[in-house]
Design a protein around this ligand. Structure first.
Ligand SMILES: [Zn+2]
Ligand SMILES: [Zn+2]
Length: 251
């Protein structure tokens, strides 16, 4: 029986998830960013005042970015308000499994008023410092890439039956109509935009499939390049949202 393209579109529509697209813009002076603001570069909020170090080379990790979820994504209900990401550009870890301790996430519940001292940047290599940038947010719908493991065989077969020569084309056309053309931007939630093939992860504690918490894209304004135009992906479990799985993909 031939597939009705309208049925196919409504099937694709069921996969739409909200995502928070992040816009990263350079600022004149890092001093304009408060300690708990969302930012790339500058100084993070560190509750314990201890700068994370790399387990492999012992250098201070580079501070990449910090997201204040109260302002960027107030709809999320998570046991933390502030998320910060650190990375060792010397050791260049590519995944959680091959690189324990060469990257770090810090999360905090924000106090009503911050009494924290300014941390001292523990990454000695200034070439690895991000250019300070502000971060603003916009809610947008998102859909998986064609190569994402989350697409069912049924949906792939339907797409293939609509265009046997280019089985991905009906899906990509439907997705572009529903959520627009894909763009490689940093974002919270939604689906990963894979630079290479799709990957999927399960929680090591409860076996649930992990969902994307954040994709940190190459951000040239922030002097941040993951290999060649790559992205960092951090996943977590709905039941264990405070532990993260990391992977990096680049061209
Ligand atoms: Zn290192
Ligand atoms: Zn879990």
């Amino acid at each position: 029986m031939p597939t009705d393209p309208r049925n196919f579109d409504s099937l694709v529509k069921t996969l739409v998830r909200p995502s928070v697209r992040l816009t990263v813009e350079p600022i004149d002076d890092a001093i304009d960013l408060a300690l708990t603001d969302s930012k790339f570069g500058g100084l993070p909020f560190l509750e314990d005042q201890r700068w994370p170090t790399c387990n492999s080379c012992s250098n201070g990790l580079a501070f990449i970015c910090q997201f204040n979820l109260r302002t960027l994504a107030p709809d999320l209900t998570l046991p933390f308000d502030l998320f910060s990401f650190f990375y060792c550009h010397e050791c260049m870890p590519m995944s959680t499994d091959d690189s324990p301790g060469m990257w770090a996430v810090r999360i905090s519940k924000l106090p009503g008023t911050s009494t924290a001292q300014l941390p001292v940047d523990g990454c000695a290599n200034e070439d690895h410092h991000c250019t300070p940038c502000s971060v603003s947010a916009a809610r947008v719908p998102s859909l998986p890439d064609w190569q994402d493991d989350i697409l069912s065989d049924e949906l792939r077969d339907l797409s293939g039956s609509l265009n046997p020569d280019e089985p991905w084309e009906p899906y990509q056309t439907a997705a572009a109509t529903l959520v627009g053309e894909p763009s490689f931007t940093s974002h919270i939630g939604g689906y990963p935009q894979w630079v290479q093939g799709g990957e999927s992860f399960e929680c090591s504690e409860c076996g649930e499939p992990l969902s994307l918490f954040v994709e940190i894209a190459t951000e040239l304004d922030a002097n941040l390049m993951w290999g060649d135009s790559g992205s960092v992906y951090l996943f977590h479990c709905p039941n264990h949202p405070a532990s993260f799985t990391f992977c990096l993909q680049c061209l």
